[in-house]
Each structure stands twice: as structure tokens, then as C-alpha cells.
Write a protein that binds this ligand. Structure first.
Ligand code: 0X9
Ligand code: ZN
Ligand code: ZN
Length: 305
């Protein structure tokens, strides 16, 4: 059975997606944006009060990397919290009245399923590579943003393999197509990873500062202060290249260069004690504090949209 304080299998998340979207028809809807390499449906949830006018939107994905289990746990938490606080929490009510939030609970479903069944430390997709027996592409090196120039590998056996071409991974293509189709309404892109307790923004493919650097930094600062206020968890903020490493082909840089200004990558808990194997006892505090940061970013985006 599904639990917000456990790491749910894909099968459980899939039934959760079906039941949560049918139980709150006025506030949540679902759409399939394509299938994964192994044929699983990529179901995108849309949170927001039904409206006759077009609303600006935020797009958030979790689980680009298979082994980062706290990330899909956060997307599930976010959906639950949004639905259960709409109508009582003034900020959430205003947000969902005025904006839509698209949530992709698990981006790399094939990989996530593989980490539950076969190899807990798998990172990449599960696509076959021609001319190699090694499996998978790093879905966060496969976007068309300085693709494969730095911090990525052209070796299919590497954990940071950039793929045969940009968007060679069907999962990346499906999400990129959705964001391109909806780019006039998508004001913010948020992607959730783990671990290291970082809040990153463009660029990661170059040390050049983004045109909106000071605004992105200011919003990240506010978000990290809000996050810290709950349990004292310390986050480092900054552009990806200078804060962790140069790495091209990431979704955050791609979204930003497409014109989605408020583009952020979260690296959730912890700083390495447990790493990807974050105990389930930390799901609740991690999700609670991350909610504050995401809500801070959302409130800012709402205020300028
Ligand atoms: O390397 C990554 O893809 C992310 N770190 S992780 O440990 N979760 O793999 C950081 C992504 C930062 N953004 C870009 N490199 N574009
Ligand atoms: Zn990651
Ligand atoms: Zn708490």
C-alpha cells in the first residue's frame, strides 16, 4: 500500500496517480505525455483550480535519476500537500487559483523500477545502445544545452553518458516536447534530485553567468532561508557550474535557454552520510522543509506572472 513516508515502488506510484487524480476532479487532472523506453506511461499531473482563462504555470519533475529515491517521494508529498492545504493555506489557495502546477512524479520510470528490482544504485535510463552492451543514457546529460561538451561522457558505459544525440532518450523528448508546446505559459521549471543540499540555477554548461543571475540568486536565497527555518538544514545556493561542477546537457540549462526564466535544480538531503540511501525516517522532514522552498519560489513566480 502507498505511503507518503515510504519509498513507493513504481506500481504503487502508478495506482496512487490514478486514485489521487480521480478523487479531486476540481483541482487535479492527469495527462499522458508519452511512454518510456520500456513502454510505461509518463503521466503528468496538473494541479490548479479549474479556470476558463489560460493560467501561467510551473513545471516540476522528480526522479530524473533512478537512484535518487527522495526525489519522487517529494513530488508525491507536494501533490498531497497541495490538495490537502488548498482552501486553508492562503498561499497554496492563491497559487492554485492563479497558476497551474504540472508535476511529473517520476521522470525516469524504467530506471526507478530497475533500482527497486535489480540494482539500487542505477542512475540512467534503460535504453539499449547500438554497438555497446552497456545500457542507458544519463537523462540529465541528454538535453540540447551545450550537449556533451563538458562534464559528460560519450562512452555508453559511463554513468554520465550523454546519449547518441540530444533528446535521444524518449523520456527527455517527451518532456522537452511538452515544455516546448507550453512554453508561453510555463514560467518556472523545477527539477528535483539528490543528494548534497544544493539549490542550483543556470548555468552548468558554462561558467558564464545567466542574464538573470542576480534575480535567480535572490530567489534562491529566499528559498534556502525558508527551507532552513524549519529544521535548520543548510543549503548551498548558486549557479551549477561554480557550485557543483561543469556539466552540460542538463534540463535546467535547457529550460532556461528556451526562455523559462525561473529554472532551478534541487539537490535534496543529505550531504553524504546516507547519500542516495536516505532513511525513510527522513522523508517527512525533508519533504516538509522542501515544501517551504518550493512554495517560496512559486510565490515569487506568481508575483511576477
Ligand atoms: O549531475 C547532475 O545531473 C545533478 N547532480 S546529481 O548528483 N543528482 O546527478 C546536478 C545537475 C545540475 N545541473 C546541470 N548539470 N545542468
Ligand atoms: Zn540527479
Ligand atoms: Zn518536521
Amino acid at each position: 500500500t502507498h505511503s507518503y513516508t515510504k519509498y513507493n515502488s513504481w506500481d504503487k506510484i502508478q495506482s496512487w496517480i490514478a486514485s489521487i487524480s480521480s478523487s479531486n476532479p476540481g483541482l487535479i487532472s492527469k495527462q499522458v505525455i508519452g511512454s518510456t523506453y520500456e513502454g510505461r506511461p509518463m503521466t503528468l499531473l496538473k494541479l490548479g483550480k479549474m479556470s476558463s482563462s489560460t493560467k501561467p504555470a510551473i513545471f516540476m519533475d522528480c526522479g530524473i535519476h533512478a537512484r535518487e529515491w527522495i526525489s519522487p517521494a517529494f513530488c508525491q508529498w507536494f501533490v498531497m500537500e497541495a490538495l490537502s492545504t488548498y482552501g486553508t493555506d492562503a498561499q497554496m489557495t492563491s497559487l492554485l487559483d492563479q497558476m497551474d502546477v504540472f508535476v511529473l512524479p517520476v521522470f525516469n520510470i524504467d530506471g526507478y523500477d530497475y533500482t527497486h528490482k535489480t540494482n539500487r544504485m542505477w542512475r540512467k535510463t534503460r535504453s539499449r545502445n547500438s554497438g555497446s552492451s552497456c545500457i542507458g543514457t544519463d537523462p540529465n546529460r541528454n538535453w540540447n544545452a551545450g550537449w556533451c561538451t563538458v562534464g559528460a561522457s560519450s562512452n555508453p558505459c559511463s554513468d554520465t553518458f550523454c546519449g547518441q544525440t540530444p533528446e535521444s532518450e524518449i523520456e527527455v523528448k517527451n518532456v522537452a516536447d511538452f515544455i516546448r508546446r507550453n512554453k508561453s505559459i510555463i514560467k518556472s521549471y523545477i527539477t528535483v534530485h539528490s543528494y548534497s543540499q544544493l539549490l542550483l540555477f543556470p548555468y552548468s554548461y558554462t561558467y558564464d553567468l545567466a542574464a538573470d543571475h542576480s534575480e535567480l540568486l535572490k530567489v534562491a536565497e529566499g528559498a534556502s532561508v525558508a527551507l532552513n527555518s524549519l529544521h535548520g538544514t543548510r543549503y548551498t545556493i548558486g549557479p551549477g557550474a561554480a557550485t557543483i561542477y561543469l556539466a552540460a546537457g542538463g534540463s535546467d540549462d535547457w529550460a532556461y535557454d528556451l526562455g523559462v526564466k525561473y529554472s532551478y535544480t534541487f539537490e535534496l538531503r543529505d550531504t553524504g552520510r546516507y547519500g542516495f540511501l536516505l532513511p525513510e525516517s527522513q522523508i517527512k522532514p525533508t519533504c516538509e522543509e522542501t515544501m517551504l522552498a518550493v512554495k517560496y519560489i512559486a510565490a515569487y513566480v506568481q508575483s511576477v506572472s
